[in-house]
Design a protein around this ligand. Structure first.
Ligand code: HEM
Length: 496
């Protein structure tokens, strides 16, 4: 039979929801929280579920074993990305996360390794520890602006590494430009935006963005993104030329790499990757942490008790305390499991392949559903609940080995994200209590768990109450800030 012939040729395609002519399954893909629908299809159709959209076929992968086999073991095949047209038009064409596999990607990741590899990261620990008190001080002064403090805390470190930060233009403007550029990115790579067609993109437009045609969107998005990437870079370049640059990834690359336009362009994107890769993701993760602490006071108390016992109240937690704070570490693992920062990641195969008898033609887009893996009830019971004990007492598989991706496209910032998020969480727990806010009538406001749509999984804006644990804690923050001011703020590794 024809079917048998196709099978023999290995051209058996995986099952999936029934497509309609022309639009395929587009009408069945929801406009938000696509990962939940994709998990349902995985539960119905198995290891690989095929979904048709106009102009593309997607294979959904919802199980850890399958993602591991394809993205890790066969990483050399599943190492490219789909062509994200709208992201490309909006200024992100040459960005690292959207690059197809090839020499440019390899070069970019090689450069990133110099700033994000194990040795470099260890050399940042003192800088990260030094910065935490400033973050806590901001939180103390204006606790209701916690989201902004999360962003600034992460951005300060990222900007320092990428551009040398202090003395390099105005950081407020750079952070604001970066935030806007990331909103353009997030909107244009959101699965609903590219998986269906370009029309649903309108749903993801940030509120400050005037309603406009696609051409206008792309034009404006590109302008924002170019400016966000170029302004800090050329500032550093100017300073390198005049011999006044603080040591940073950019200054080091400008002095050690070839000075042709192509290489320079790659450096701008690598630096911009360090900057934009860090602040939004960290803000999202810390926001979910904040919601978790408000909703699960017993978890918070237990984590605080561990810190009080191990670290004491005379100093703040530091990066090096990680091994001796297993419960706080489990809280962090649970944050990245409960609401993973990036719920799904797309890859394309660079050659034909086969998985358990199913044919996977070159160029097929595979969507790894990290959220589904981390909400698999057979692995993580009561998956919607926040239960750190599953990691430290029950031996559940690590969530961080999923939440940062796999293989050749694994998050290059993973080694800095872990200690930075960890020490931030530990320091908040050491000095503040997070609880549910009350409205003017005194009624408790239940923080929701609704996520925004877009590439990065942020909770919708929410209110909580953040108050210092004690007057001792306030004093500790004040003393730590004074101490930090006496410490060097250079990154030695880039001083040459
Ligand atoms: C909370 C922190 C973070 C989380 C949860 C996170 C998560 C991820 C994930 C899931 C991916 C896709 C991986 C894949 O396809 O397998 C990714 C890619 C990426 N991340 Fe991160 N990330 C974080 C922080 C950072 C930081 C600090 C940097 C700074 C260098 C960074 C830079 C990047 C870049 C450049 C890519 C694209 C890599 C590529 O496509 O080759 N991220 N990240």
């Amino acid at each position: 039979s024809l079917l048998g012939k196709l099978r023999r040729k290995g051209r058996h395609r995986p099952p999936g929801p029934k497509p309609l002519p022309f639009i395929g399954n587009a009408h069945q893909i929801p406009s938000k929280h696509e990962w939940i629908k994709f998990k349902e299809w995985g539960d119905m159709y198995g290891d690989l579920a095929k979904v048709e959209i106009p102009g593309d076929t997607l294979y959904l992968v919802n199980k850890r074993e399958v993602v591991n086999e394809l993205f890790e073991v066969r990483s050399a095949i599943y190492c490219s990305r789909p062509n994200l047209v709208m992201a490309g038009l909006s200024g992100w064409k040459n960005s690292i996360p959207t690059l197809g596999y090839g020499p440019r990607l390899r070069k970019s990741r090689m450069l990133l390794k110099k700033a994000m590899g194990p040795a470099a990261i260890r050399s940042y620990y003192p800088y990260i520890n030094r910065d935490v008190p400033f973050f806590l001080q901001n939180l103390l002064r204006t606790p209701e602006r916690f989201t902004e403090h999360f962003t600034r805390g992460a951005a300060r470190i990222a900007l320092k590494i990428a551009y040398g930060y202090e003395g390099v233009t105005e950081d407020e403007q750079i952070i604001q430009n970066g935030t806007r550029a990331m909103q353009v990115f997030s909107a244009t790579v959101a699965p609903g935006a590219w998986a269906v067609d370009t029309f649903p993109l309108l749903r993801y437009l940030p509120s400050w963005f005037p309603f406009a045609s696609f051409q206008k969107f792309a034009e404006r998005g590109k302008k924002i993104t170019d400016e966000a990437r170029n302004v800090p870079f050329y500032e550093v370049k100017k300073r390198v030329e005049s011999g006044t640059a603080d040591g940073s990834f950019t200054s080091m690359m400008l002095q050690t790499e070839k000075s042709d336009p192509e290489t320079e362009n790659i450096i701008t994107w690598a630096a911009f990757g360090i900057f934009t890769g860090q602040f939004d993701t960290t803000t999202a993760a810390l926001s979910w942490f904040t919601i978790a602490m408000a909703k699960y006071p017993d978890v918070q108390k237990k984590a605080q008790a561990e810190i009080d016992r191990v670290v004491g109240k005379a100093r703040l937690p530091e990066v090096a305390d990680r091994e001796s704070l297993p419960y706080v570490w489990a809280v962090m693992q649970e944050v990245f499991r409960w609401h993973p920062t990036i719920t799904m990641s797309p890859r394309t195969a660079i050659q034909d392949d086969e998985y358990h008898g199913y044919f996977i033609p070159a160029e097929t887009t595979i969507i790894a559903n990290f959220w589904a893996i981390l909400h698999d009830e057979s692995v993580y019971h009561d998956a919607d609940k926040f239960i750190p004990e599953r990691f430290c007492d029950e031996g559940a598989p690590d969530s961080l080995s999923v939440a940062f991706g796999f293989g050749r496209r694994i998050c290059p910032g993973i080694l800095i994200a872990h200690p930075h998020v960890f020490v931030t969480i530990a320091s908040i727990l050491a000095t503040f209590d997070i609880s549910k806010a009350r409205d003017d009538a005194g009624n408790v406001i239940e923080p929701g768990e609704d996520a925004t749509s877009g590439a990065i999984n942020f909770p919708k804006p929410f209110k909580v109450s953040i108050t210092p644990r004690s007057s001792e804690a306030v004093e500790l923050i004040r003393k730590s800030v004074e101490h930090s001011k006496t410490l060097p703020d250079r990154l030695e590794i880039f001083s040459m």
